[in-house]
Design a protein around this ligand. Structure first.
Ligand code: SF4
Length: 160
C-alpha cells in the first residue's frame, strides 16, 4: 500500500444515473479498493465553503469523478482549491445517454449497475496509481539530485 494519500472528489448528482454511479464508485474506492489511501470530501459542503474543505486540493493530489459533461466536481475543486490531477468522466465509460437517465431512488437502479460501478472504480484506481507513481518518481529524482550522486555508467548529466 502506498502512503501517498489522494483526494477523490465525486460529483453529487443525486438525480441522474451518472452521478449515482460516480458516488457509488468513489465509495467503493474509499472503503474497499484503496482503503486508507484515498480521502474525500462532501462536495456540497465544499461548495458551501469551509476553509478546511477548500484547503483540500492544496493538501492532497486530487481525482475528480464526474457523472456528466458538466464536470461539477472538477470545476468546483478547481474554482475553490486547485487544479485536479485527473478527471474520471463517468459518461465516457458508461455512455452519455445512460449517464443522463433519471434515477429517483436506489431501488430503481438497473440490474447491471454494480458492473458499471466496478468499471468506474477501476478507472479511479488507475488514475490514483498514475498519480502515486509520478509522485514517487519525482521524489526519487529529487533525492538523487540532492544527494549529489550520479548513477554512473555512461553519464551525460554534467556531474563530471
Ligand atoms: S457532473 Fe453532471 S451528474 Fe454530476 S452533479 Fe454535475 S450535473 Fe449532476
Amino acid at each position: 500500500m502506498s502512503d501517498i494519500k489522494i483526494g477523490v472528489v465525486s460529483c453529487s448528482g443525486e438525480e441522474c444515473f451518472g452521478g449515482t454511479i460516480s458516488r457509488l464508485a468513489t465509495r467503493k474506492v474509499l472503503e474497499d479498493l484503496r482503503l486508507g489511501e484515498a480521502v474525500t470530501i462532501c462536495l456540497p459542503l465544499f461548495i458551501a465553503g469551509g476553509e478546511e474543505e477548500r484547503n483540500f486540493a492544496k493538501v492532497y493530489p486530487t481525482v475528480a469523478v464526474d457523472g456528466c459533461s458538466k464536470l461539477c466536481a472538477m470545476r468546483a475543486t478547481e474554482k475553490y482549491s486547485g487544479k485536479v490531477n485527473a478527471v474520471v468522466k463517468v459518461d465516457e465509460i458508461i455512455g452519455k445517454e445512460k449517464a443522463l437517465e433519471k434515477v429517483v431512488s436506489l431501488r430503481e437502479l438497473p440490474s447491471d449497475y454494480m458492473e458499471l460501478v466496478d468499471k468506474v472504480a477501476q478507472e479511479i484506481c488507475k488514475e490514483m496509481d498514475k498519480i502515486s507513481s509520478d509522485i514517487l518518481k519525482k521524489q526519487a529524482e529529487e533525492e538523487l539530485k540532492n544527494s549529489g550522486e550520479c548513477s554512473g555508467g555512461c553519464c551525460c548529466c554534467g556531474c563530471k
